[in-house]
Design a protein around this ligand. Structure first.
Ligand code: ATP
Length: 345
């Protein structure tokens, strides 16, 4: 298969499994984000792909070539780490040309490639600037250009945006995605920021405790989370218990939700409903009865916290969509069945 293939990769540190039997196929040209809470094994997995860590078991294959035992410098990878690790005493051009110089490229070829890459990262004419005089975002771009100098077959980045402030991070995410699309290079980014993953990735790989919990397109991860862990990690959600009543209807907090089907077996399950899918109406008419406990007006959206059956349910709407409600008011909560995802418990 063209692209990257991880075949049952496990990494143990002593008795501890940091990465547990990970299997993943990444088609050529895909932008992957490895996402998950701190300590879930993202960096260890990336380091194994990079050749900086050896798997305890499993195989790593790129474009049909088994590279599990190939040393890092022979894997033809571009890498950017959190620290960026630019050479502070060198100019922008010399930083970018570093790997070309090591490979013995002629001065002319180095210059040509540096100019190409500077254009690509929107810093034309910056070759002679000292790296020390660049802004955070410019340094980030130079680190990316340096990693791409040898046209690697895989581009690996570990938390590349974490040193940037929130606004710059958002614009760099868009820039990195556009650059990757232009080059069509298979890219793997480690992040713990779900917004970052949703912005950039074709394929989001959510990890927990060393295992892949779900690997899918961003919208699918958001709309159809595989389990409560993924639902809770991606965006905010309402996780509510659901059970079948005596007539077999799905019941949430004492109200039947018609049109919602539960898996057979009658075991306990839960549902995930995104706050923007929760509607508030007048109490009664089969809606779940609740009481408003808090209203947070964020300008563009309003979050309403409603207590019902000992649970707090959050509803989000724009000021235009949302009915006027006040703290202490009784309301009806409507959960549209098509927006309720039944999760494995
Ligand atoms: P973070 O977002 O905090 O960087 P992560 O998901 O990237 O977390 P890893 O750095 O891959 O997580 O670490 C996974 C687990 O493996 C952690 O519990 C970590 O302590 C452990 N670990 C990583 N490297 C080593 C090592 N060299 N020796 C022992 N344990 C390690």
């Amino acid at each position: 298969m063209s692209g990257l293939s991880l075949n049952d990769i496990t990494k143990e540190f002593g008795d501890f499994k940091a990465v547990d039997n990970v299997a993943l196929n990444v088609p050529h040209g895909t932008f992957v984000c490895l996402l998950g809470p701190s300590g879930c094994g993202k960096t260890t997995l990336l380091r194994m792909i990079a050749g900086l860590e050896e798997p305890t078991s499993g195989r790593i294959v790129i474009d049909d070539e088994d590279i599990t035992a190939v040393p890092t410098h022979k894997r033809n990878l571009g890498m950017v780490f959190q620290s960026l690790a630019l050479f502070p005493h060198l100019s922008v051009g010399d930083n970018i040309a570093y790997s070309l110089r090591i490979r013995g490229a002629s001065k002319q070829d180095q210059q040509k490639r540096v100019d190409e890459l500077l254009k690509l990262i929107h810093l034309p004419g910056f070759a002679d600037r000292p790296v020390a005089k660049l802004s955070g975002g410019q340094r980030q771009r130079v680190a990316i250009a340096r990693a791409l100098a040898l046209s690697p077959r895989l581009f690996l980045l570990d938390e590349p945006m974490s040193a940037l402030d929130a606004k710059l991070r958002e614009s760099m995410q868009v820039e990195l995605r556009q650059l990757q699309q232009k080059l069509g290079i298979t890219t793997i980014v480690v992040t713990h920021d779900q917004r970052e993953a949703m912005t950039m990735a074709d394929l989001v790989v959510v990890m927990g405790e060393g295992r892949i919990r779900q690997a899918a397109a961003p919208v699918e991860i958001y709309r159809k989370p595989a389990d409560a862990f993924v639902a809770d990690f991606i965006g905010s959600t309402n996780l509510l218990p659901v059970s079948a009543d005596s007539a077999g209807r799905a019941t949430v907090l004492g109200s039947a939700i018609s049109g919602l089907t539960l898996p057979s077996g009658g075991s306990k399950a839960s549902i995930s409903v995104r706050p923007e899918d929760v509607h508030l109406t007048a109490p009664g008419n089969g809606a779940i009865d609740g009481t408003v406990t808090f209203v947070r007006d964020l300008g563009g959206t309003i979050e309403t916290f409603v207590e019902a059956g000992g649970k707090t349910i959050i509803a989000v709407a724009t000021p235009r969509e949302r009915p006027e409600v006040k703290v202490g008011q009784s309301v009806g909560i409507v959960l549209p069945p098509e927006s309720c995802v039944v999760l494995k418990s």
